[in-house]
Design a protein around this ligand. Structure first.
Ligand SMILES: [Zn+2]
Length: 203
């Protein structure tokens, strides 16, 4: 932040004792310009034992494969954002209400929180990838070029675990914090829960 979005005056960084951190403050109009982490939403679209992957056409990680993902927009739910990014990158239409939570990943070193969902498709969806992708495809684990996976250090063993869970249909929800040095995982919790709605329908 260099200039005040309220009055255009140059802003100064000031130590705010009450908050215990430095913030950008406009001395002309008194506005404090708060900075907060960005939310990334991501969606694992599954068909049989395959997952929809896309190959990025833009930096960062140009040329590498990843799940459809992007920044949450204002006014959007997490699920709607994940479905929108999936459509923009791959042309695959997903009903946001069908998305199930898969993981919450804190990456404080780069000021991001990544929320990932998963969804199962009965019929293999048509792919029409957008300009953000060089390619998009449904892939089995053996199809995934592991040396071309984006953000491998941050991902840790989660791609392998995800494919294990797709095959076993025994899903977890993961809560992960990625550490600051080379993205090593410093903390991870794993939940195995049953959807109450699904349980009622199955009863
Ligand atoms: Zn100002």
């Amino acid at each position: 932040v260099k200039y005040c979005s309220e009055c255009g005056h140059a802003v100064a960084s000031r130590w705010i004792a009450a908050d215990g951190r430095i913030r950008y403050v406009c001395d002309a109009c008194g506005t404090t310009h708060y900075q907060n982490p960005r939310v990334i939403v991501s969606c694992a679209v599954c068909w049989q034992d395959q997952v929809l992957m896309c190959r990025r056409s833009q930096e960062p990680a140009r040329g590498l494969w990843t799940l459809p993902a992007g920044f949450l927009e204002c006014g959007e739910t997490l699920e709607a954002g994940a479905a929108r990014e999936t459509f923009e990158e791959t042309g695959v239409v997903i009903d946001p209400s069908t998305l199930l939570l898969y993981s919450v990943v804190n990456i404080p070193a780069i000021e991001q929180v990544v929320i990932s969902f998963r969804v199962d498709c009965e019929v293999k969806p048509m792919i029409r990838f957008g300009s953000e992708c060089l390619a998009a495809a449904f892939m089995r684990e053996s199809d995934v070029p592991s040396e071309l996976l984006a953000w491998r250090t941050v991902m840790g063993n989660r791609p392998r675990r995800f494919f294990d869970e797709i095959r076993s249909r025994n899903f977890t929800i993961q809560q992960v914090t990625v550490g600051p040095v080379h993205g090593e995982t410093i903390e991870s919790h794993e939940y195995r829960i049953h959807s109450i709605v699904d349980s009622l329908e199955g009863a």
